[in-house]
Write a protein that binds this ligand. Structure first.
Ligand code: ADP
Length: 167
């Protein structure tokens, strides 16, 4: 059984992520999307909300699941029984960081390999943070996200604004 994890923040999951998920899932038996519960960043969505959105947008993909994780990616890979870590590469700016992480993980866990999927060109400049920034200033985000995710972003920002940014 070939199992891969796809770790990241996914705050929220974008069409760029989804494209990587679809392509990675077609090459393995099971793909587990790992949502990092990062305490240092202040995310727009809780880790559980991010998992739920990924579950919704991948519900037609039977070999894809999502769960939260904390700590080292390789520990999460081992817990999942995964042999592969999937990452997406957008531009050269991703490359140095990704290479450093992959090399470090390889030293820590030689039995787990990292595989990279290059972005679909139309998503090369798409990131969750760009989407949040566009949404924050009232721009249209529907070309970057699944409709249900876009809806959740609008709702979250509206709640945040009405509660003075406390949610
Ligand atoms: P971001 O907040 O920048 O979207 P994530 O931590 O959520 O980053 O990303 C998880 C993984 O998905 C990383 O390997 C990242 O390079 C990749 N990724 C993010 N956006 C895209 C995209 N538009 N196309 C391809 N890969 C992507």
């Amino acid at each position: 059984m070939r199992i891969a994890i796809y770790p990241g923040s996914f705050d929220p999951v974008t069409l760029g992520h989804l494209n990587i998920i679809e392509r990675a899932a077609s090459t393995v038996d099971q793909l587990i999307v790992g949502v990092l519960e990062n305490q240092t960043k202040s995310p727009l969505f809780t880790a559980d909300e991010r998992v739920e959105m990924i579950e919704q947008v991948t519900k037609e993909m039977p070999n894809v699941s999502a769960k939260t994780f904390n700590g080292l990616t390789i520990d999460f890979a081992r817990q999942c029984g995964a042999q592969l870590i999937v990452r997406g590469l957008r531009a050269i700016t991703d490359f140095e960081y990704e290479l450093q992480m992959a090399q470090t993980n390889r030293i820590l866990a030689p039995e787990v390999d990292t595989v990279f999927f290059t972005t679909e060109l139309k998503y090369a400049y798409l990131s969750s943070s760009t989407v949040k920034e566009v949404a924050h200033f009232g721009g249209d985000i529907e070309c970057f996200l699944s409709p249900l995710v876009a809806e959740r972003v609008y709702k979250k920002l509206a709640n945040k604004n009405s509660s003075g940014g406390k949610s």
